[in-house]
Write a protein that binds this ligand. Structure first.
Ligand SMILES: NC(=O)c1ccc[n+]([C@@H]2O[C@H](COP(=O)([O-])OP(=O)(O)OC[C@H]3O[C@@H](n4cnc5c(N)ncnc54)[C@H](O)[C@@H]3O)[C@@H](O)[C@H]2O)c1
Ligand SMILES: O=C(O)C(=O)C[C@]1(C(=O)O)C=C[C@@H](O)C=C1
Length: 298
């Protein structure tokens, strides 16, 4: 199957019917590419909401039961749940089922699949680089992946038919699909996704922890603080898991960021306006170049 071919799935199972799993289902349903969708999750309220919103046709808490006649299974749960979900589905998957995921770290997802799935070659690791700070089925929307990158991290053992199907599905939900190695993916994402989240959480805490003689500094925060910290409203559970799964790469990025802050601190202490200006100018230029070259759809 070519990446632009229209795949058709009889039974799709979404494990973790939140922002990402829910949006994937809505986009495929809107495109008329899926017969029925079963949702698997922990929270009854969230699954009932998903059914009311037309994201799933049926739901269960039992992943083994759900995947028995599945054609495609998408894992969209926090990274710490991957191993137990794979273990719970392993005995029930049919030979033809294709398993994929949307997890934010790829080496850990692949390691979990290899450890627990009967046929890891039919697992194709994927990561849509699109999201918001909202969680749960109520946050899902069909347009989420349009024009956004989706990274696939196949390996030489990946089944070519499974790879072609997963490529075609992400293409059909509007993504621009690229393939790369899992380690390379995790390094890049540590820099442009995981560090920014960590920095946003840390910045809010830095403001929160200081004493301002009884005054509330948040009262004076406006657009700058809101833009920088939007992602500190993201799910703490999800971000704890991402940070732990990609800790080596993330620690390197924290060190690089700390070195930048130290440089600026030194320049400030020395009242070195020229250095500060040069740093700010270089960052502004790099950001504008990024937006001009890759900002389409953001
Ligand atoms: N939010 C983003 O911006 C974003 C973007 C790309 C990828 N991701 C990745 O996608 C995955 C899902 O993220 P999300 O934003 O949709 O999260 P979410 O919190 O909106 O949805 C996750 C769902 O999984 C359910 N869940 C948790 N543990 C489970 C388990 N053991 N079995 C079944 N269901 C379980 C939760 O109840 C929740 O409904 C994560 O791995 C995340 O790293 C997130
Ligand atoms: O826009 C946001 O709120 C996001 O955080 C989305 C975002 C990111 O850009 O860092 C977060 C995690 C993902 O794995 C992919 C995308």
């Amino acid at each position: 199957m070519s990446a632009t071919a229209k795949p058709s799935i009889g039974h799709l199972v979404i494990v973790g019917v939140g922002l990402i799993g829910g949006s994937f289902s809505l986009a495929l349903k809107r495109a008329g590419l899926v017969g029925r969708v079963t949702g698997v999750g922990r929270s009854r309220d969230n699954l009932e909401l998903a059914q009311r919103l037309g994201i799933v046709d049926a739901w269960t808490h039992d992943v083994g039961e759900a995947v028995r006649d599945a054609d495609v299974v998408l894992l969209a749960v926090p990274m710490s749940a991957f191993e137990s979900v794979f273990a719970d589905m392993a005995a029930s998957l049919s030979d033809h089922a294709v398993v994929t995921d949307a997890g934010s770290t790829k080496q850990s997802a692949i390691a979990a699949a290899r450890k627990f799935l009967p046929n890891p070659s039919r697992f194709i690791a994927a990561h849509p680089i699109a999201g918001t700070e909202q969680s749960g089925a109520g946050a899902a929307f069909a347009e989420l992946f349009e024009k956004r990158l989706c990274v696939l991290a196949p390996d030489p053992d990946s089944d070519p038919d499974a790879l072609a199907l997963v490529k075609a599905l992400w293409h059909q939900v509007g993504s621009r699909v690229v393939c790369m190695g899992a380690a390379e993916h995790d390094d890049f994402l540590a820099a442009v996704s995981h560090l920014p989240h960590l920095a946003a959480f840390a910045l809010v805490n830095a403001v929160r922890r200081q004493s301002y003689e009884g005054h509330d500094p948040f009262r004076f925060a406006a657009g700058g603080f809101r833009d920088f910290t939007r992602i500190a409203s993201s799910s703490p559970e999800m971000w704890r898991d991402i940070a732990l799964c990609n800790s080596d790469a993330l620690v390197k990025q924290i060190d690089a960021f700390q070195a930048e802050l130290s440089g600026l601190r030194e320049a400030l202490m020395a009242a070195d306006g020229e250095s500060i200006m040069n740093e700010f100018k270089a960052a502004k230029e790099a950001r504008e170049k990024w937006l001009a070259e890759h900002g389409d759809g953001l």
